[in-house]
Design a protein around this ligand. Structure first.
Ligand code: C5P
Length: 398
C-alpha cells in the first residue's frame, strides 16, 4: 500500500509513455498521490489532458511557469514527494541526470531534489546497450538512483532485447519496496536459480532442463517485500527479474564463488538446479570423432553449495533454504536431504514427468522444516513464490 505517499512522476518522451497512464491509475488505486511532470517530448506521446485527468492534479511542464511566486517554485516542487519516479527514463534523460544538466523543468527538478529517485528506463535495445548509456547507468547507480527494468522482449521499433519499460505493476512493486512497509526491508537475500552448464570441451556441455522460473519468481517476490536480492543465475531461459542484483554464471564452481562473494546475507535460497558432477578435465580443444572409439569422459563431483553454506562455521545466513526435486518418496527423501545438507528448510517438489512441473507454470510443494512436512496445494509458481517469501519474512522477523 502507498497510502499517504506522494510520487513526483517525471514522464519522458518515449513510446512507453503510454504505459504511464495505467501506472498512474495503479498508483492511485494504492492510495498514492501523483504529481505529474512532462518533458516537452513526452507531449508527443501522451497528452497533458489524459495525464492530468488520471492523476487528478495539474501537469507541470514549463520551468519558467514556476518562477511566478504565486506558483510552487521548482525547488519546492522537487521536494514535495516521497519519491521521484522517471518513467519512461529515456537515454537522453539518463544522460542529463548522469551529467547534472538542468535545461528544462524535469532535469532541474532531478538536480534539485533531496528525495529518493527511481528510474524506469525504456529505449531501443542498441541505445540501452550503448557504452554511453551503460556508463550513465553506472553513474546513476553509484549516485544512489534506484533502477527498475528494463525488461527484455519485443519492442515498438521491431527489435528484440532489453529496453522495454517495466510493466506498471512491476514499477508499483519496486516503489512499494523502496518506500518501506515491506516485511523484508533492510534484509539481504541471496537466491540461486537456473541450471548450470558444465563444459566437456569448448563447444559441448552438460546441462539440465531447469528454466529458472521458480527461482526468478522467488527473487521477484522477495524484492517486492523490500529485500535487497543478489540473484545468482545459471543460463536460465526465463529472464531475470528487474530490481535485483543479477550475477550470471555458467558452472557450479562459478556459482559457488558468486554465492560466497555475495555473502553476508540474512537468508540464502538455493533454487538452482546445479549439476552434481562435471567432466574431470574439460578439453580445451573440440574433441574429434576418431576411428579409435568413443571418448571416455570421467566425472568428478561439483561443490555442494547448499551444504557448504548451511555448514559455514562463521557467517552462516540465519535462514538457509534448499530445494529438492524428487520423483518418488518426496517427503522421505527431502526430509533426509534436509538433515544431510544441514539447511533449515527444504522446498520439495515432485518432478515426475506426469506432474508437468519441470518447465511448467505450476508447482506442488511440500515445505520441510524442523516442525515436519507441510504440503501446499498445487498452485502457480508466482503464488508459490509469494507464499514462500511471506514465510521467509516471518522467519527472519522471529
Ligand atoms: O543434492 P541435490 O542436488 O538434490 O540438492 C538440491 C539442493 O541443493 C538445491 O537447493 C540445489 O540448489 C542445491 N545444490 C547446490 N549445489 C550443488 C547441488 C545442489 O547448492 N552442487
Amino acid at each position: 500500500m502507498l497510502a499517504g505517499k506522494r510520487i513526483l512522476l517525471i514522464i519522458g518522451g518515449g513510446i512507453a509513455a503510454y504505459k504511464v497512464l495505467d501506472l498512474i491509475r495503479r498508483l492511485r488505486e494504492r492510495g498514492a498521490a501523483v504529481t505529474p511532470v512532462m518533458t516537452r517530448a513526452a507531449g508527443q506521446f501522451v497528452t497533458p489532458l489524459s495525464v492530468s485527468a488520471l492523476a487528478e492534479e495539474k501537469v507541470y511542464s514549463d520551468l519558467f511557469d514556476l518562477t511566478d511566486e504565486a506558483e510552487m517554485g521548482h525547488i519546492q516542487l522537487s521536494r514535495v514527494a516521497d519519491l521521484v519516479l522517471v518513467a519512461p527514463a529515456t537515454a537522453d534523460l539518463m544522460a542529463k541526470m548522469a551529467t547534472g544538466a538542468a535545461d528544462d523543468l524535469a532535469s532541474t527538478l532531478l538536480l534539485a531534489t533531496d528525495t529518493p529517485v527511481m528510474i524506469a528506463p525504456a529505449m531501443n535495445v542498441r541505445m540501452w546497450q550503448h557504452a554511453a548509456t551503460q556508463r550513465n547507468l553506472a553513474t546513476l547507480l553509484a549516485d544512489g538512483v534506484r533502477v527498475t527494468g528494463p525488461n527484455e522482449g519485443g519492442m515498438a521499433c521491431g527489435e528484440f532485447g532489453p529496453g522495454r519499460m517495466s510493466e506498471p505493476l512491476e514499477i508499483v512493486a519496486a516503489i512499494e519496496a523502496t518506500l518501506g512497509g515491506g516485511a523484508l526491508q533492510g534484509k539481504h537475500v541471496v537466491v540461486t536459480s537456473g541450471p548450470t552448464h558444465e563444459p566437456i570441451d569448448p563447444v559441448r556441455y552438460i546441462a539440465n532442463r531447469s528454466s529458472g522460473a521458480q527461482g526468478t519468481a522467488l527473487a521477484a517476490a522477495l524484492r517486492d517485500l523490500g529485500a535487497q536480492v543478489s540473484f545468482v543465475t545459471g543460463p536460465a531461459t526465463v529472464p531475470p527479474p528487474a530490481g535485483v542484483e543479477v550475477i550470471t554464471v555458467d558452472t557450479a564452481r562459478e556459482m559457488r564463488a558468486a554465492v560466497l562473494g555475495a555473502l553476508p546475507a540474512d537468508a540464502a535460497i538455493f533454487a538452482a538446479a546445479v549439476a552434481d558432477w562435471r567432466v574431470a578435465v574439460a578439453s580445451d580443444r573440440k574433441i574429434k570423432k576418431t576411428k579409435d572409439g568413443l571418448p571416455q569422459l570421467s566425472f568428478v563431483e561439483n561443490p555442494d553449495i547448499l551444504s557448504e553454506v548451511s555448514q559455514m562455521p562463521e557467517g552462516r545466513p540465519a535462514l538457509v533454504v534448499g530445494f529438492a526435486a524428487e520423483t518418488d518418496d518426496v517427503v522421505k527423501n527431502a526430509t533426509a536431504k534436509r538433515a544431510r545438507k544441514g539447511c533449515d528448510w527444504i522446498v520439495a517438489n515432485d518432478v515426475s514427468p506426469e506432474t508437468g512441473i519441470m518447465g511448467g507454470d505450476e508447482n506442488a510443494v511440500t515445505l520441510i522444516t524442523s516442525d515436519g512436512a507441510e504440503t501446499w496445494e498445487r498452485m502457480g509458481k508466482t503464488q508459490v513464490a509469494r507464499q514462500l517469501a511471506d514465510r521467509i519474512a516471518a522467519a527472519l522477523a522471529d
